[in-house]
Design a protein around this ligand. Structure first.
Ligand SMILES: Cc1cc2nc3c(=O)[nH]c(=O)nc-3n(C[C@H](O)[C@H](O)[C@H](O)COP(=O)(O)OP(=O)(O)OC[C@H]3O[C@@H](n4cnc5c(N)ncnc54)[C@H](O)[C@@H]3O)c2cc1C
Length: 381
């Protein structure tokens, strides 16, 4: 795709009011610097102009780094041109996180190695382009899994999950992505490669004293934390699915000044993630599913606290249309006569299979119910 006509047209690109850059020179410098593919043609830019959201921004061009060295090289060249960069995994973001007038670094094609899996410490090191299900398939041989699982688990990448602080139906079992990150290797736009994780107050003090760019960054993080600590402690909402905004609470000393976790959810605005050390949890050997049917969503919601007391690994609300529950397709609803109800809650629970386990029915306050024992990994409803 070198020197295509579509690239030569209008090589000077305007980026907002002030910044103009020579995109043809940027593309050729990128090609000279990195081993991965550099595509600035109109077709590629059109393909990468959107994600799973309603937004559309035509990027300057797209780079497919081969490895971390390539990412560092690409960022270095972009920096020389003052070109914005945007890391991208699978692009399933729903709020325009992957659309911008920037050089897109697509990590999903090559930067996707599962570096190590250590069943003893229940840790894995992964590159950002690793698809969640590839990691989960691999760790399953040790009966381990990565708990957060967005509905897009077959395609979403660990880098994108870290960018968005993704969760999923099993966030009750193992928390959000932020709760499952131990360390990150990150690159700043000005070219500093850092390994970040927990930081004791002594380490913090030491790094700030040594100075340099790293000391400056840690010094500013500590100043930000200390300035707003009281507000963060009193005003950050204590809700399990808080995924918006910056995780400044992770910088507090009681959270071990966890810089890696503070970077989760920053949507590529602070650093480019080059590698992540993630926490694995025991993978459920089997699950049982309970389907509760209610006349309406309000009554269903009223029963959620009661259900949570039984510690389900995933409570799930189903609408009439989304379940195959009605019309007796051999599924639970059809068999147990709950088809006429309009809303269902489907909490599932981790359990060991019982001899002769299978489908059962039971009566339950608030709604008709049925339960089903399933091998792990099968979709419940
Ligand atoms: C149908 C549908 C269902 C969904 N269901 C859920 C759900 O149940 N739960 C949920 O949490 N989300 C859900 N999502 C949203 C989305 O799928 C998840 O957030 C997913 O984890 C994003 O992964 P991705 O690889 O597509 O990330 P991308 O969209 O490619 O990127 C996400 C963010 O991460 C940044 N990023 C990517 N790689 C890096 C990197 N190497 N360094 C720094 N930043 C990086 C990007 O710049 C961007 O800001 C859903 C989306 C769809 C379309």
């Amino acid at each position: 795709m070198r020197g295509k006509a579509s690239e030569r047209l209008g090589t000077e690109r305007s980026l907002g009011n002030s910044l103009r850059l020579d995109s043809a020179r940027l593309a050729s410098d990128l090609r000279a610097r990195i081993r991965g593919e550099v595509r600035f043609d109109e077709g590629t830019r059109a393909l990468y102009s959107t994600d799973a959201s309603n937004y559309r921004q035509i990027p300057i061009g797209v780079v497919f780094p081969r490895d971390a060295e390539d990412v560092i090289g690409a960022v270095e060249v972009c920096r020389r041109f003052g070109a914005p960069i945007l890391s991208r995994g699978c692009g399933t973001s729903l709020a325009g996180q992957c659309c911008n007038v920037a050089v897109i670094l697509d990590m999903s094609r090559h930067v996707r190695e599962i570096v190590t899996v250590d069943p003893a410490t229940k840790r894995a090191r992964v590159q950002p382009g690793v698809v969640l299900d590839h990691l989960r398939d691999w760790t399953e041989r040790y009966h381990l899994t990565f708990a957060p699982d967005p509905s897009t688990h077959t395609h979403c990448t660990l880098g994108g999950m870290i960018g968005n602080n993704s969760c999923g139906v099993h966030s009750l079992m193992g928390g959000k992505t932020v709760d499952n990150i131990e360390e990150l290797e990150v690159l700043t736009y000005d070219g500093l490669w850092l390994r970040v994780g927990t930081t004791s107050e002594e380490q913090l003090e030491g790094m700030i004293r040594v100075g340099g760019r790293r000391g400056e960054i840690y010094g500013k993080l500590r100043a930000l934390r200390d300035r707003y600590a009281a507000l963060i402690r009193s005003r950050y909402p204590a809700i399990p699915r808080r995924v918006s905004g910056y995780n400044l609470d992770q910088l507090l000393p009681e959270n071990s000044c966890h810089v890696a976790r503070a970077l989760v959810g920053t949507e590529g605005t602070c650093v480019t993630v080059l590698e992540a050390t993630v926490r694995l949890v025991d993978s459920p050997p089997a699950r049982s599913l309970l389907v509760l049917a209610y006349p309406n969503i309000y009554e269903a919601a009223d029963h959620v606290p009661e259900i949570l007391a039984h510690k389900p690994d995933r409570p799930r609300r189903c609408r009439r249309r989304s379940g195959h529950l009605h019309k007796g397709r051999g599924h639970a609803g059809g068999r147990f006569g709950i088809a006429s109800r309009r809303r269902w809650l489907a909490p599932s629970r981790i359990r060991r299979p019982e001899p002769g386990g299978g489908q059962r029915s039971c009566s339950c306050p608030g709604g008709a119910a049925s339960s089903q024992l399933q091998p792990a990994g099968h979709e419940a409803v």
